[in-house]
Ligand binder design. Structure first.
Ligand code: 13P
Length: 254
């Protein structure tokens, strides 16, 4: 049986009070039930403790949405891997397209963050994906190859257990438009082939590749049903306890 990673990215939504409530709402739907997928929610930094508290003993995990590359010191506004670990997180989302676009994060910086995260013992979810014009001009694979290889070049095959890739076509994020299951499968297969070139088939087969971009209960079954789609990175729908829970439930049925 496949074990999926069903990750929610709450982005800049839900302060400690709302996040704690939402986390409790999600776990209450699973009270007394077990799941074999990994269930992960990534709230804003400031809400992590509230979510962590609500998740205590439930099997749900918390993750961070970003990280800085230094351990500590004079880096106003930044958060280190040791702080994220101390808060109980297991995963860090890195290189989300919103960070690439609004905060000008480069492939090199994203590679350093990914390496730092994995070296610290946390798991990294590296986000990659093309914008609409790149897809329209047929350059999506070229774009994604550059983004993936920029990071793979800084990692050794030993990192594979702590490395997840999320394919998030930018044109599908928050737009209600989703990549078709075929488009997702095609790109995921391509990404796995890139990992295989660097680390060999066994490692490539073990690396989880998530799909992100308007995933919701209505399309999750088809997307998660693709052989190279190993989970989801869910934005909007993860802010609704019913929708997130439903997607997790769907992953259990595949
Ligand atoms: P949406 O699910 O809201 O499209 O967001 C996807 C995303 O960016 C997750 O990181």
């Amino acid at each position: 049986m496949r074990t999926f990673l069903i990750a929610g990215n709450w982005k800049m939504n839900a302060g400690p009070t709302d996040a704690g409530k939402l986390a409790k709402e999600i776990t209450s739907k699973w009270a007394g039930k077990t799941f074999s997928s990994e269930a992960l929610l990534c709230p804003p930094y400031i809400s992590i403790p509230a979510v962590q508290q609500a998740f205590d003993g439930t099997g749900f995990q918390t993750g961070a949405q970003n990280v800085y590359i230094e351990d500590d010191g004079a880096f106003t506004g930044e958060i280190s891997t040791s702080m994220i670990k101390d808060a109980g997180c297991t995963y860090v989302i890195i290189g989300h397209s919103e960070r690439r676009e609004y905060f000008s994060e480069s492939d090199e910086f994203i590679a350093s963050k990914t390496k730092k995260t994995i070296d610290s013992g946390l798991k990294a979810i590296l986000c990659v994906g093309e914008v609409l014009e790149e897809r329209k001009s047929g350059n999506q694979e070229k774009v994604v190859e550059k983004q993936v290889n920029a990071v793979l070049n800084h990692l050794s095959a030993d990192a594979s257990d702590h490395f997840v890739i999320a394919y998030e076509p930018v044109w599908a994020i928050g737009t209600g438009e989703t990549a078709s299951p075929e488009q997702a499968q095609e790109m995921h297969k391509f990404i796995r082939s890139l990992v295989e070139k660097s680390w060999g088939k066994a490692k490539a087969d073990g690396v989880r590749i998530l799909y992100g971009g308007s995933m919701k209960p209505g399309n999750a079954k088809e997307l998660l049903g693709q052989p190279d789609v190993d989970g989801g990175l869910i934005g909007g729908a993860s802010l609704d306890a019913d929708s997130y829970s439903k997607i997790l439930e769907i992953s259990e049925s595949i």
